[in-house]
Design a binder for this molecule. Structure first.
Ligand SMILES: [Zn+2]
Length: 292
């Protein structure tokens, strides 16, 4: 058996890309484990392609602390039990809407937009994970600036210019991060609630001449399939009593009001249009009543 040594930095860099890579030639199998970055050897099989092994380079890295020792190492108490797992699976956990969304965990999240506390929620009915970026103390707050942002994978993550979602998300995070307090709730309801793959179909239909509302209707969805029941529940779990919504969409105010949340007003988000999204923004203004 032979071992190949790599400088630690190299291993750390390679670690993610070729984690558990297996060569097509069984005689030259190379195993890289996640532990490599922590100080493990790269291990390599001998000519017979024997089992992969790894060894520890430092004294500490092979040590695994027991649960009691780990608990003793904590500097405070987390507000969840490690053994308490939220329920997976739509419809299994509850039939009651109120009971479906629960706060699972929170942690500090410094970001390029300011200092936030990140809260994680689980909606068992829909089997979805939602988050809230909270700046300052919002508990018991009235007129708290809040953005309810519906996930847009193409815009928020991939930087699509077909819509202004990412600009709105960044503007909202920047705004709330600079206020005394505020929150951005990130709701996992992609593509106005129709899902990512249907949204790509809708984009294709738009290339063929339909507008965003017509494309949704053509696919058998309402022009607007988003639901703010979960958002209202999350605001309640955060202890926010009333909000001022960061939005250009008056329909969102109405829908949140209908879910029993007090809405004190609206804070407009002004994003100048670009040639790629002019048509989309015009449809939002003319067909959906957005105030832009
Ligand atoms: Zn978008």
């Amino acid at each position: 058996m032979s071992f190949r040594f790599l400088p630690q930095g190299t291993v750390a860099l390679l670690n993610v890309a070729i984690d558990d890579y297996t060569c097509a030639d069984p005689k030259r199998q190379v195993g890289l484990s996640a532990g490599a970055a922590l100080g493990y050897h790269l291990s390599m099989s001998d000519e017979t392609g024997g089992e992969l092994t790894r060894e520890c380079l430092t004294e500490d890295c092979g040590k695994t602390l027991g649960l009691e020792a780990l608990a003793a190492k904590l500097k405070g108490k987390p507000d969840f039990e490690p053994s308490e797992h939220y329920c997976k699976g739509a419809g299994k956990y509850c039939s009651d809407d109120d009971f479906c969304v629960q706060l699972v965990a929170h942690a500090h999240l410094p970001s390029r937009f300011g200092d936030f506390e990140l809260y994680g929620f689980y909606d068992a009915r829909e089997d979805k994970e939602h988050t809230a970026m909270v700046h300052g103390d919002v508990r018991g707050g009235r007129g708290v600036p809040v953005r309810l942002h519906s996930e847009c994978h193409t815009g928020d993550v991939l930087g699509s210019l077909r819509c202004d979602c990412r600009d709105q998300l960044e503007a909202a995070l920047r705004y709330t991060g600079a206020q005394e307090r505020g929150a951005v709730i990130y709701l996992r309801q992609e593509g106005r609630g129709i899902g990512l793959l249907n949204k790509i179909k809708a984009y294709r239909l738009q290339e063929l001449g339909l507008d965003t509302v017509e494309a949704n209707v053509y696919l058998g969805f309402p022009g607007e399939a988003r639901d703010y029941k979960v958002a209202a529940k999350i605001l309640g779990l955060l202890g926010i009593e009333s909000v001022r919504l960061l939005t250009n969409n008056p329909d969102k105010l109405e829908k949140l009001l209908a879910e029993g949340m007090e809405v004190e007003g609206r804070i407009p988000i002004v994003i100048p249009p670009i040639p790629e999204n002019e048509g989309y923004l015009a449809t939002k203004r003319d067909r959906m009543g957005h105030l832009i």
